[in-house]
Structures are given as C-alpha cells and as structure tokens.
Design a protein around this ligand. Structure first.
Ligand code: G4P
Length: 279
C-alpha cells in the first residue's frame, strides 16, 4: 500500500512548536497505546532536548494490557515518565498531577534552593493527530480551569490554563507529524485510523487487518464474526456472508465487509490489540 504525506505545511507548525517549547518545563507527549512507536515522531527528542518528559500511552482501553505494560517499562527504561491512560473515560487521570511533580522534581528543588516560591511548572501537550491530545487537555483541565490570558514573552494569542497552583498548561497542543520511515508505520497508522482515510485503499487495509488478527490474536475473528479462520480472502468473503453484505446486484459486497472490519477493529469491538512490541 502506498502512503503520501505533505511535509510543506508542517514546516510552519514545527517552527511554532520550537518557539512554544522554549517557554515550558515539561513536554507531555501523547501516543496511541496500540502503536506506541508508530504514533510518535522521534524528532520530538531533539525538539524537547533538556525538557522534562512525560509520555501518555493513551487509548489504553483499546490496547493489549500486557503489551502496554511492556511499553511502559520500555519507555521508563529510556528515562521518560509514563502513564497508561484512557483520556475519554478519565481512567488514569488521577495519577497525572503527581507524576508531573515527580517528573519535574529537579526544577522544583532548584527553585526551592534559589528561594523561588510558587512558580508553576509550565507544560505543553504534543503528539500526532488523533492520539487524544484535545481529549486529554479537556479531561485534565476540566471546567474549573482558569485561562490565565496573555503574558509577557508569550506569543500573542497563546493561552495558559492554570490547572492548580503548581501546574500551567499551554491550551493548544503541539502537532507532530507521523514519521513514515517504512510502509509498516503507515499501515499501522492507517489501521488505527490515524491517517486521512481518503488516501487509503480500504479493501487492502481490511485484508492487512485480518492478516494481523489471524497471526497475533487468533480466535478473535471467529469469536466476533462466527467464521472459520482460514485463508484471509476467504475470511473476508465469509464475513461478507455472515454480516449480509450484499450489493444491489445481489452479490457479496467485499468492500462493505472491508469497511465493517476496519470500523470494528478501530473501535475495539473485535479485541483489544497492540500492533508493535518494544525491541
Ligand atoms: P487529537 O486532539 O490528538 O487530534 O485527538 P482527539 O482528542 O480529538 O481524539 C481523537 C479521537 O480519539 C476522539 O474520537 C476521541 O474521543 C478518541 N479518544 C481520545 N482519547 C481516548 C481514549 O483514551 N480512549 C478511547 N477509546 N478513545 C479516545 P472521535 O471518534 O474522533 O470523537 P468522539 O466520537 O469520541 O467524539
């Protein structure tokens, strides 16, 4: 499958983010727990050099819990702070405040030694599209959050949300772009729905998803669609039959079945899954 990307308009975004990052202490990076590698752009390590770092493995409710644990340990071993999160239902949100303080302990201590009191930690949320940045900001900030308005040294229009005495959050997330190093990355992003669907061949994508499930999560297709798990194209055909995907001419409609597979996969109806494991 071929993927295309448009680096042009991203240059501006990157420049803006470089400016924003100068203002903050902590980078809160949101990743999709189902693809904890492919949903990150490693350039952030360069952009966020010398900043405290927190990775949120979001949509953990849709991911394979055992693998999320592996990723969590992996990123911790690289020196990041990590939280497994379901920003939509707010599961995991309780621990965020404390982790932020822990991640920034060095700064808090530095301020204390210099006699600086009540200087809040400034944080910014970053991530590729669709990983749940806005959902997280809304969940975290809640209704009570007060916007602190423009401040000197802050790009005009930038707003800080004061979460409490200790933390301020930039209200707009920094958008990273996915890194299509190889086709696998593109395929995984497409599978979880983090790519413009217009540019995808859905029939091919459904076949790839079914192949993945047959290999990594055997038994789940059978449980969901009540079809036998055999050669992948036969499986799609059986799903079309089982779900009554029929075209106007009365024939089996594979494209309709493909859309159904993609939709149920992405929304977690087939099973909880993770498409990659740490090295
Ligand atoms: P973004 O700012 O990074 O682009 O992502 P955004 O918050 O808009 O979230 C993208 C989609 O992911 C939304 O679904 C959102 O509800 C969903 N989402 C965010 N966090 C989680 C999570 O932890 N678990 C699950 N299961 N879903 C999550 P949507 O279909 O676009 O909108 P909606 O139907 O939820 O309104």
């Amino acid at each position: 499958m071929q993927f295309q990307w448009y680096p042009g308009h991203m240059t501006k975004t990157k420049r803006e983010m470089q400016e924003d990052i100068k203002l903050i202490d902590l980078v809160i990076e949101v990743a999709d727990a189902r693809i904890p590698l492919s949903s990150r752009n490693p350039d952030i390590d360069n952009l966020a050099k010398n900043k405290f770092r927190l990775i949120l493995l979001n949509k953990a409710d849709l991911a394979d819990p055992r693998k999320t644990e592996l990723w969590s340990e992996y990123y911790k071993s690289l020196g990041y702070f990590v939280v497994q999160l379901d920003a939509r239902s707010k599961k995991g949100m309780n621990s965020i405040q404390n982790i932020i303080l822990e991640a920034c302990a060095e700064k808090i201590e530095r301020d204390r030694k210099r006699g600086i009191k009540n200087r809040p930690i400034r944080a910014m949320v970053v991530g590729i599209p669709n990983v749940g940045k806005s959902t997280f900001i809304n969940s975290f900030a809640g209704k009570a959050a007060a916007k602190t308005g423009n401040k000197p040294g802050v790009t005009r229009g930038k707003q800080w949300i004061r979460l409490n005495k200790q933390v301020e959050l930039l209200d707009t997330p920094g958008i990273l772009w996915p890194k299509f190093e190889d086709q696998q990355v593109g395929l995984r992003l497409a599978s979880v729905g983090s790519m413009n669907d217009e540019i995808l061949n859905k029939d091919e994508l459904a076949i790839e998803i079914l192949k993945f499930l047959l290999k990594e999560y055997p038994g789940t297709i059978n449980a969901r669609f009540e079809v036998e798990e055999k050669e992948v194209t036969d499986v799609l055909m059986d799903i079309a039959r089982a779900r009554n995907c029929i075209s106007k001419g009365g024939e089996l409609d594979y494209s309709k079945a493909a859309l159904l597979v993609i939709d149920e996969f992405r929304s977690g109806k087939i099973c909880r899954f993770t498409m990659e494991v740490p090295e």
